[in-house]
Design a protein around this ligand. Sequence first.
Ligand code: COA
Length: 175
Amino acid sequence: MSIEIDILNGDASWPMAEPLLQAVWAPQFVAGKPWAHVKWANADLRVLVETPEDGLVCHVGIYFRTITWNGQKVHIGGIGGVSTREDQRGRGYATVAIDAAVHTMRANEAVRFALLVCEPHNFAFYEARSWLPFKGEVYCEQPEGRIRFTYMAPYVFHIVRAPTLGTIDLCGLPW
Ligand SMILES: CC(C)(COP(=O)(O)OP(=O)(O)OC[C@H]1O[C@@H](n2cnc3c(N)ncnc32)[C@H](O)[C@@H]1OP(=O)(O)O)[C@@H](O)C(=O)NCCC(=O)NCCS
């Protein structure tokens, strides 16, 4: 089996990623979630995993942002929109795509750590991949203003550090 892993500009690759993301995060599925109304940031880059037989099978969005941690500016990376086509799960595609995203974030020398937010059913998935629960508070922007983000749990990944306590302000939309 051969797979191709591309890391592309987020906006330019949106048309390629959109059908997969619409299938995994279908409007009727999202509508029932407490976070259905949340406005999310657009990915700066996207990891796209493709196979010759099945086309696009997995997507991971990559984000870069200068946030504040306990009031101090810190440049971080992040991942979001982690999605594998339903009939292609359990083959290691998300693992490969997340590894590629972490590699890309590490290559950006300014990045101190990475952050994601996820629902409880994915805690074990990320913990098995060395992501640590962030136990402090996370704030972000929404169209109505600055809010404390409590819809999903934050996880951090060690790049040069991995703070798990304190207050993070994403200084923009969440991802
Ligand atoms: C979560 C998701 C991206 C995993 O994609 P995938 O390509 O199947 O992942 P991989 O094949 O790399 O890894 C699957 C492995 O993780 C395990 N796994 C998958 N989901 C898990 C979960 N929620 N909790 C714990 N382990 C999980 C599988 O058992 C498998 O383990 P193994 O490698 O020991 O066999 C996929 O299930 C998905 O798209 N889910 C819906 C969208 C979603 O929830 N995305 C995450 C947003 S934060």
